[in-house]
Write a protein that binds this ligand. Structure first.
Ligand code: IFM
Length: 455
């Protein structure tokens, strides 16, 4: 790894979290589909529930002080829909709204820009009970919720993301069944993906109407490679469900024709209405990219390792295939491949020209050792170094990338992996809730403060 990293002036550096992964205090909000999913035996590998998570609702001041300690320019967090609007529609919950007021004001007092994600997967249970994202009405309810949040916080929020990683919400949740709501219905997952994007477009319009500024969405566009020429068609299909579906809808090109044809046995696509196109492609002010790894599409039964979320079921309509990530791997089984970061930023710039990009998540669950001198995680430190360098390379090559958020500020609930996979810069002891900055945190802080970053 190169010995130093120079962050250009004006390039924003931050850290990110999401509500269900850190907040705890489930008694202080309505239920969401992840609370329900977590009750299913075996759904979350270690039986983790929403509480205590990082007990962030009670400890947010300590967490704000940690952000100050790092010296971040910006912090990306998500609002829990069921905390501010229990049930997913109707009256707002004052205690929930007040919590995010205090969080946002605390950030501003510390000179940190708040970036809000409106939907990071915690759909109110009541909306899942009426079909969740498979139902078009959920997109309307999301737009109502977005408008309510815009009305309350637009004066203080620097940037808004409607959705986080709609690919995960739709295909991991409704097709592969490994995320809430735990369904395995490929046709339904395509409707869910579409309605998420419709909800995005509707929310953009409603946010703008209440003077919320800097509006966008966060995707997880992922380079997809065929391991051999015979797998090119399968890789193209995976690229369709993983990437082109979202990019093409945002660009106003509609659902890719090859997906329409290849998935015709799964759905009649009757949920697609012509008038939706202009809504979904409402002009964005920015786009977020969460980059962790790449996908290597290989012949069936030749996969070399299990990678969390790299599941053929999550690409409805795909020809027989498997994934074959190459070492080195993180604890998620995800290949560590920094050049993919540069590549993906170029691709987004090409497919959605003229839209500034923020890297909204990047990081890894890695080996770490704990002793009296601290938490030692050299692999994470190298990972961050190499990926930030890859972002800056894309910027040098002309991509309009404006900032980077490390995932994650804190160790937190890694969804169906529970507490078994830790992505934090800061270690969280779940029993004591003691926060301990890892070596990677010290390094990241030094980068942010422009101090010595030599290896
Ligand atoms: O923890 C998740 C996050 O919620 C969404 N992006 C990927 C991260 C790691 O899996």
């Amino acid at each position: 790894m190169a010995s130093s990293l120079v962050i250009p002036d004006g390039f924003q550096m931050g850290a990110a979290t999401s509500s269900w992964q850190i907040e705890g205090d489930s008694a202080g909000r309505g239920r969401c589909m992840w609370d329900d999913f977590a009750m299913r035996p075996g759904a979350i590998v270690d039986g983790t529930r929403a509480d205590p998570a990082c007990d962030h609702v009670a400890r947010y001041v300590e967490d704000l002080d940690l952000l100050s300690w790092f010296g971040v320019d910006t912090y990306r967090f998500s609002i829990s829909w069921p905390r501010v609007m229990p049930g997913g529609s109707g009256p707002l919950a004052v205690a929930g709204l007040d919590f995010y007021d205090r969080l946002i004001d605390g950030l501003l007092e510390r000179g940190i820009e708040p970036v809000v994600t409106l939907y990071h997967w915690d759909l109110p249970s009541e909306l899942q009970a009426t079909g969740g994202w498979v139902s078009r009405e959920t997109a309307d309810r999301f737009a109502d919720y977005a408008e309510a949040m815009g009305s309350r916080y637009a004066d203080r929020v620097a940037r808004w993301a409607t959705l986080n990683e709609p690919w995960c919400s739709s295909f991991l949740g409704y097709a592969a069944g490994v995320h809430a709501p735990g369904m395995r219905d490929p046709g339904a997952s395509l409707a869910a993906a579409y309605h998420l994007m419709l909800g995005h477009g509707l929310a953009m319009q409603r946010l703008r109407a209440v003077n919320a500024h800097n509006l966008g969405v966060v995707l997880n566009i992922t380079p997809v490679y065929a391991t051999e020429p015979s797998m090119k068609a399968a890789a193209h299909h995976v690229d369709g469900t993983q990437n082109r579906f979202f990019l093409d809808l945002l660009a106003g090109r509609g659902v890719p024709q090859d997906l329409i044809e290849n998935c015709a046995h799964l759905t009649d696509w009757s949920f697609v209405q012509e008038s939706d196109n202009s809504i979904i492609s409402t002009q964005m002010d920015w786009i977020g990219e969460n980059y962790y790894s790449v996908m290597r599409v290989a012949p069936p039964d030749t996969g070399t390792a299990e990678a969390v979320g790299q599941d053929a079921l999550a690409s409805p309509g795909c020809p027989p295939m498997t994934y074959a990530p190459r070492a080195p791997l993180t604890h998620m089984g995800w290949e560590i491949y920094p050049p993919g970061m540069t590549e993906v930023l170029h691709r987004i710039a090409r497919d959605l020209p003229g839209i500034p990009i923020w890297v909204c998540e990047n990081g890894g669950a890695m080996d770490e050792t704990i002793d009296e001198s601290g938490v030692h995680d050299p692999i994470r430190r190298h990972y961050l170094h190499d990926h930030i360098s890859a972002v800056l390379q894309a910027r040098t090559e002309g991509v309009d990338v404006r900032g980077y958020f490390a995932w994650s500020l804190l160790d937190n609930i890694e969804w169906a992996e529970g507490w078994t996979k830790r992505f934090g810069l800061v270690r969280v002891d779940v029993d004591t809730q003691i926060r301990t900055p890892k070596d990677s945190a010290q390094w990241y802080r030094a980068v942010l403060q422009g101090r010595d970053t030599s290896d």
